[in-house]
Design a protein. Structure first.
Length: 296
C-alpha cells in the first residue's frame, strides 16, 4: 500500500470518527434527518463553489450518468448519514463505531458472492480479528456480551452498513466513467433533494423541537465540510488506489479512533481492556491491508 493511500485512509478514519462524536452531540439539538439535510446543504454549497464551473463544463457527461449519480448520492450521502444519526440518538458513539466497523466483513462477503473476489485465508482472518478487537473495545474486554450492550437505535446502523455497501458497489460500477470532482455537485444536490421531504415529514409527524445556536451551527459546518466533503474525496481516492475491500477494512479502526478522540475531546477514560482491543484491531487491519500473499 502506498504512502498516499495510507494518508487518505487515516484522514477518512479520523473524520469519520469525528463524525460520530460530533454527530452524537449534534443530535441533542437537531433531529437526525434534519441534521443530515443541514449537513448535506453545507456540503452542496461548498462543492458548488469549488467545482460548479467544472460541473457545468461537463454537464453532458453528468447528464448521461444521471442513474449512477442518483444511486451513489442516495446510498452514500443521504441514507447512510440519516440512519447513522438516527442510531446516535439512542446509542453511544463507540458502540455505533464498532457496528459500523463491520462494513469490511459485509463488503468482503458481497464481493466474494457477487464478484468472485478471492480475499484469501490471511485476509479473512484479519477481518475476523479486527472485528473481534473492535468488539473487545466496546465491551471493555467482554466481546461475547456485546448483544447486551445493543439498543433499539443500533438497528439503524444495519441500515447504514447496507447503504454504504450499496454505495461502494455503485462506485465500483460507475466511478471510473464519471468526472469525480464535477460529479460532487449533482450528487450533493440530489442528496439534498432526497432529504428535504424526509426532514419535513420528520418535523411534521414527530413534532420535533430543535434550535440552531452557535454551537449547533459550528457542528453542522464541520459535518458538512469534514466528513461530507474531505472524507468522501479521500475515501474515493483510496478506492481507486487500493480497491474496495482494503479501503473498507480501514473502517475497522473507527472504534479505536473514536475512543482516542473521545478521551482527547471529552475526557472519556481509556481502560487497559480498550488498549488491548485496539492493538488487536490494528493487527487485524494490517493483515488485510498490507500486501500479503493470498491464501490458497
Amino acid at each position: 500500500m502506498t504512502v498516499r493511500a495510507i494518508l487518505y485512509l487515516c484522514i477518512v478514519v479520523l473524520l469519520f470518527a469525528g463524525n460520530l462524536l460530533v454527530g452524537k452531540l449534534a443530535t441533542a439539538s437537531l433531529p437526525p434527518l434534519t441534521l443530515s439535510l443541514a449537513r448535506m446543504l453545507v456540503a452542496f454549497i461548498a462543492v458548488l463553489a469549488l467545482f460548479g464551473r467544472a460541473a457545468w463544463r461537463q454537464r453532458d457527461v453528468l447528464r448521461r450518468q444521471a442513474k449512477a449519480l442518483t444511486a451513489m448520492a442516495i446510498t452514500g450521502m443521504a441514507l447512510f448519514n440519516a440512519t447513522l444519526y438516527s442510531a446516535l440518538q439512542t446509542s453511544e458513539s463507540t458502540n455505533v463505531a464498532v457496528l459500523e466497523s463491520m462494513i469490511p466483513a459485509v463488503t468482503a462477503l458481497v464481493m466474494a458472492l457477487f464478484f468472485r473476489e478471492r480475499l484469501g485465508g490471511v485476509k479473512w482472518a484479519g477481518i475476523v480479528m479486527s472485528a473481534f478487537g473492535a468488539a473487545w473495545v466496546v465491551t471493555d474486554g467482554e466481546p461475547l456480551g456485546i448483544l447486551h450492550h445493543l439498543r433499539v437505535g443500533d438497528a439503524f446502523v444495519g441500515g447504514a452498513v447496507a447503504s454504504w455497501v450499496l454505495y461502494m458497489l455503485a462506485v465500483r460500477q460507475w466511478l471510473g466513467r464519471i468526472p469525480f470532482y464535477a460529479s460532487l455537485v449533482p450528487m450533493t444536490g440530489i442528496a439534498v433533494a432526497f432529504l428535504v421531504p424526509l426532514a419535513l415529514l420528520e418535523n411534521w409527524l414527530l413534532d420535533t423541537v430543535w434550535h440552531l445556536d452557535g454551537a449547533s451551527l459550528a457542528t453542522v459546518l464541520y459535518l458538512g465540510i469534514g466528513p461530507s466533503l474531505v472524507a468522501l474525496v479521500c475515501y474515493n481516492r483510496a478506492l481507486l488506489l487500493v480497491g474496495p475491500s482494503r479501503t473498507a477494512t480501514s473502517l475497522n479502526l473507527l472504534p479505536v479512533a473514536t475512543m482516542l478522540l473521545g478521551y482527547w475531546l471529552l475526557g472519556t477514560p481509556i481502560t487497559l481492556s480498550q488498549m488491548v482491543g485496539a492493538a488487536v484491531v490494528i493487527v487485524g487491519v494490517s493483515l488485510v491491508t498490507l500486501n500479503l500473499p493470498r491464501g490458497r
